[in-house]
Structures are given as structure tokens and as C-alpha cells.
Design a protein around this ligand. Structure first.
Ligand code: ATP
Length: 141
């Protein structure tokens, strides 16, 4: 029988499941703010910001698994939080040098788009930049 004091967090991307663990608490950054979820929370569906998910480690006071997500959705019901994201990486799987290169490319694209007043390209570059900065932030916590 499932432990009623724990919830399960499952993070899935088109490449498959990147994280699945039981936890006493998880904190999501949704597009309308931070949402801390304890076991037996009421069901919800929320869209996620390009930010981190913090999953409290079972049996620890203040240790968290950290996952960088590039937006997506979280659905919670029956103590199962299912995150569906285009991409997500656990902190320890993040390649910081790659993210730093991606940040530089995005900054250059953003600068060029500003000069040419290309609003679409500007928006795409801003999103790429946010993904790269998020990975760098999660990796260095
Ligand atoms: P890049 O330009 O470096 O590919 P990106 O933001 O375009 O960055 P995405 O399209 O979001 O990359 O992701 C493509 C795949 O690569 C996904 O599986 C994602 O988890 C992985 N990925 C992207 N950047 C990193 C990174 N810095 N470290 C580890 N995995 C990464």
C-alpha cells in the first residue's frame, strides 16, 4: 500500500522519465507563483515556469533533489505529481559548460534581433536564454 505521508514525483520528457522518487514535499515554480505540495494535497493542474523543481529527500530534514525544467505542466492527483516537460535535467546531469555556451549564443541572437527589430527572433532568443540561465542556476546551487 502507498505511504500516505509521501507523494511520488515523476518527471517525463519526450526522451522518457528523467526523475521518479517518493518525497514528503515538493516545490514547483508555476507561471503564477511558487507552489509547495504536501501529501494528500487536493488535485490540481498547473503550468510550470522555466525554473527549478525542488523535491525534498525522503528521510532528510533539509536536503532536496533539484531539477531544471524548461516549462511544461504538472498534474497532481492521488499523491502522484506528474510533470510533463519538453526538457528537464536533474542538477547532477547538467553540463554547465554547454549551458554557458547556449547562454552566449542566445545573448548574441538577442542582440542581433534587437538591432533588426525582429520581435519573433527576440522572443525565441529570450526563451533560449532563460533555459540556459536556469540550467546554470540549478547546477551551481
Ligand atoms: P543547447 O543549445 O545546448 O542544445 P537547448 O536549450 O537548445 O540547449 P533543449 O532543446 O532545451 O536544449 O534540450 C535538448 C536536449 O538536451 C534535452 O534532452 C535537454 O535535457 C538536453 N540538454 C540541453 N542543455 C543541457 C545541458 N546544459 N546539460 C544537460 N543536458 C542538456
Amino acid at each position: 500500500m502507498a505511504d500516505q505521508n509521501l507523494l511520488t514525483v515523476n518527471v517525463v520528457t519526450p526522451d522518457g522519465s528523467v526523475f521518479e522518487k517518493q518525497s514528503p514535499m515538493v516545490v514547483f515554480k508555476t507561471t503564477i507563483g511558487e507552489l509547495g505540495v504536501l501529501p494528500n494535497h487536493i488535485p490540481f493542474l498547473a503550468s510550470l515556469a522555466i525554473d527549478e523543481i525542488r523535491v525534498k529527500k525522503n528521510g532528510s530534514e533539509d536536503q532536496f533533489d533539484e531539477i531544471a525544467v524548461s516549462g511544461g505542466f504538472v498534474e497532481f492527483s492521488d499523491n502522484l505529481a506528474t510533470v510533463v516537460a519538453n526538457s528537464a535535467e536533474c542538477k547532477e546531469d547538467i553540463d554547465s559548460e554547454r549551458a554557458a555556451r547556449a547562454r552566449k549564443r542566445a545573448e548574441e541572437r538577442l542582440e542581433k534581433a534587437k538591432q533588426t527589430h525582429d520581435a519573433d527572433q527576440m522572443k525565441r532568443a529570450e526563451i533560449s536564454l532563460r533555459r540556459a540561465i536556469n540550467r546554470l542556476n540549478v547546477a551551481k546551487h
